[in-house]
Design a protein around this ligand. Structure first.
Ligand code: 475
Length: 756
């Protein structure tokens, strides 16, 4: 029984109706924390440690209420006292412990691991300022510290920590945790976050993310991905990584010993999933601990570690595949560097092909270390895994074919449907019952394709979600979106391969078309959201172009009623939860072969948006599941793109010179337009597209424009559009992260679920 009224009086001496939203929020957080504290940790001899530099968990309140099974009851008690849970949740601060796809994936995975009753914890760092907070100033991104930690007390103090020895000095860690509640489970897992004892927030100025990067023993856990454009920054990242994995490895060994491991059998007690290459040093660190601290023979230590570490690759972009100078590792963790050198020698004995060497010219290839000394390598969508096997990691696939597998990404339906889209959730419950809450099977919806009641319900749910989005955009940044607008959304990190610049060129085309008197059937609102790495100039330029275009169009009374461009400031999980349910069109327009999977594509589909995409990443699987009539695809195939790169035959300038294309690209440097923005940025971006266009936006632009016009025209046949929308929801079950986690467990982890 929940008695919010009683708790309100006890805690605040006032009735529930008299509390402010922030007070209600604290009341509910206490309620959740108390319930969570009572739950035992999921048991199991063999435990998973999901080690990741990022966990982009988002606000926790609503999802925790859902997982505890008290959401409906709480919502109705609040409603009776005049409170709206969505408003209450606004006072919750969102932890910024992640950056992009791989961090959000880790968060969805934790939810599913707990829901399936698997003994497994996330392990990472407790960044005081997380990733930077994005602000726009003069239509450009500025990065400021995000003080999430000071705002709320979401962390449990585990009361322990370890010593981490760096070359020349040592530090102490402190372990905190956040309870991870599975859906309807009587036990919990945890996200375990290590902090630096003595981390010094005063190193960080109020309005800038520049700080003294050399003060390692005071700054280790201040920021996620501190600027690495200079040597101090790169060294700091290595220090951070070693701090993370040394703590993880010490935790793993300590807990295994507690459960009775003799350490030569450590793999029976622990399995480590390393989320991209950032935690790769956990391999030599485990070896070090076993050998130096527990007297295990070197070969035995290597053998057992090899049986317990698995690696997930999230990208084929060369610049994201980490390589560190051996000299850095020697400075940060000399003994670990020594072990890596030995591991490299052993690998070279096995295979002398320089393409698989761990150390090449004094540089350590982290992915190669992870593949030689782990038992599993996986990609995150079918196409991505095929590219890893056939191209990017081909020599490794030849060497160890049995280690490779695909695990197509997934998303948790608790957050991305049940919490984010209550109207659609209600409609689905009314239409096919609630079995899908557990099974994620939405396929029975397909039988309702001609049920006008369901299609109307779907349209109404979309209207409700759009109203919430409008309210959100108005309150977050004072933007008004027209009520009858078609909502077209591209949200993700800014990167040239994701081709936000191509959508910007479409906007220019549409702007000119409207200027020519071709008015769209209804207002079009194109929404962007995402951050660009502070050192990534061209990505910042693209953001600048989009913000400048948005203002330019808003100031043109001939076009503004028909076309709107919104760049959401500081895109985060909360923004995603408002934008994705409201979207009609999901933009997934990366250059084929470059997007490993994508996960927003799955969230949009689940919420009834129709996808406009290249055949890249998981889009390929979405297209196969929904069928060609329920998706819009365009653009060069991944084979074609790979061929163009291999031949070096892509000629951006020739494409630019086609008059229709030149008109659009040159708009960027139109003097009047340039005068409303930063001319240097716009000129640089223009020249980059006209001469380099490394990710081939111009290659697919014409077809993209054509298909977009078809999409908008099709939207006007409301019945046909809602059938497409329904078909997408009905096929989304394949992308539940519960499915993904079952596959990880069946093929890689082999954990025994805790039966309650
Ligand atoms: C892919 N982040 C998505 C998602 O699998 C995919 C890399 C290096 C340094 C810092 N961050 C990174 C990524 O590579 C990343 O987030 N990759 C993304 O992982 C989950 O769905 O296609 O781009």
């Amino acid at each position: 029984m929940i008695d919010l009224e009683g708790s309100a009086r006890e805690a605040f001496g006032r009735g529930l109706a008299e509390l402010g939203d922030d007070e209600v929020c604290r009341l509910l957080q206490d309620l959740v924390r108390e319930r969570a504290r009572e739950l035992p940790v999921v048991r199991g001899k063999r435990r998973l440690y999901y080690v990741s530099a990022e966990f982009l968990i988002g606000k926790l309140l609503t999802c925790n209420l859902i997982n505890l099974g008290i959401y409906d009851e709480v919502r109705s008690q609040l409603a009776a006292a005049g409170h709206d849970l969505a408003r209450v949740e606004e006072s919750e601060v969102e932890p910024a412990l992640g950056n992009g796809g791989l961090g959000r994936l880790a968060a969805c995975f934790l939810d599913s691991i707990a829901t399936l009753g698997l003994p497994g914890d996330g392990v990472g760092l407790n960044y005081h300022y997380g990733l930077f907070r994005q602000r726009f100033s003069y239509k450009q991104q500025t990065a400021v510290p995000d003080e999430w930690l000071g705002c709320q007390d979401v962390l449990n103090d585990e009361g322990t920590g370890f010593t981490v020895r760096f070359g020349g000095f040592s530090v102490t860690s402190h372990l905190y945790s956040i309870d991870v509640l599975g859906y309807g489970r009587g036990a919990k897992d945890r996200l375990r976050l290590f902090d630096l004892e003595g981390a010094d927030d005063s190193l960080v100025p109020a309005d800038s993310i520049d700080f003294d990067k050399t003060q390692v023993s005071r700054n280790l856990t201040l920021f996620l991905y501190p600027d690495d454009s200079d040597e101090d920054g790169r060294l700091l990242r290595v220090y951070q990584q070693y701090f993370m994995v040394s703590n993880a490895a010490q935790l793993i060994v300590a807990e295994a010993l507690e459960r009775g491991s003799r350490l030569t059998d450590l793999d029976e007690y622990a399995v480590v999933q390393i989320n991209d290459t950032h935690p790769t040093m956990v391999i030599p660190e485990l070896v070090r601990i076993l050998v130096d601290e527990h007297g295990v023979a070197f070969d035995d230590a290597v053998a057992v570690v090899r049986r317990m570490v698995a690696y997930t690759n999230h990208t084929i972009l060369a610049e994201a595949l980490e390589k560190w100078p051996l000299a850095y590792l020697e400075r940060v963790a000399p003994r670990v560097a020594q072990i890596i050198v030995r591991l490299d020698e052993l690998a070279k004995e096995r295979c002398s092909d320089p393409e698989v060497a761990i150390i090449v010219d004094g540089v350590v290839h982290m992915a190669r270390l992870a593949i030689h000394y782990g038992f599993s390598v996986n990609g995150v969508a079918e196409l991505h895994t095929r590219i890893l096997e056939q191209t990017e990691l081909h020599p490794f696939f030849e060497l160890y074919p049995e280690r490779f597998s695909n695990k197509t990404n997934g998303i948790t339906f608790r957050r991305w449907l049940m919490a984010a889209n209550p109207d659609l959730t209600d409609l689905i419950d009314r239409t096919i019952g609630t079995g899908w809450h557990r099974t994620a099977d939405l396929s029975p919806l397909a039988a309702h394709a001609d049920d006008s009641g369901v299609l109307e319900g779907l349209a109404l749910a979309k209207e409700g979600a759009k109203a919430r989005m409008r309210d959100f955009l108005w309150r977050r940044q004072g933007v008004r979106v027209p009520e009858d607008a078609i909502v077209d959304v591209q949200v993700k990190r800014f990167h040239e391969y994701k081709r936000q610049q191509m959508l910007a060129l479409y906007i220019i085309w549409k702007y000119l078309d409207i200027k020519n008197g071709n008015r769209p059937a209804r207002p079009i609102t194109i929404v962007f959201g995402g951050k660009a790495a502070p050192a990534y100039t061209i990505a910042q330029d693209v953001i600048h172009l989009i913000v400048t275009l948005g203002a330019w169009i808003a100031n043109d009374p001939a076009v503004a009623p028909y076309l709107q461009v919104v760049m959401v400031e500081n895109y985060d999980v909360t923004a995603a939860e408002h934008l994705i349910p409201a979207a009609d069109v999901s933009e997934q327009i990366s250059l084929a072969s470059k997007e490993a999977s994508g996960t927003s594509n799955m969230k949009f589909m689940l919420n009834g948006a129709v996808t406009l995409c290249t055949l890249d990443g998981a889009n390929v699987e979405i297209a196969r599941l929904v069928g060609p009539e329920n998706i819009y695809t365009f653009g060069a195939s991944s084979e074609e793109v790979e061929r163009l790169y291999a031949e070096g035959s892509y000629d951006a300038h020739a494409l630019y010179l086609r008059p229709a294309t030149k008109l659009l690209v040159d708009f960027i440097t139109n003097p009047q337009f340039m005068a409303t923005g930063c001319p240097d940025r716009l000129r640089r971006l223009h020249d980059d597209i006209a001469w380099k266009d490394w990710f081939m936006a111009l290659l697919d632009l014409e077809e993209f424009i054509r298909v977009k016009e078809v999409v908008y025209a099709d939207y006007e046949d409301r019945g046909a559009w809602m059938r497409k929308s329904l078909a997408n929801v009905a096929a989304a079950g394949a992308f539940s992260s519960d499915r993904t986690i079952r596959q990880y467990n069946d093929d890689i982890w082999h954990l025994v679920p805790d039966e309650e």
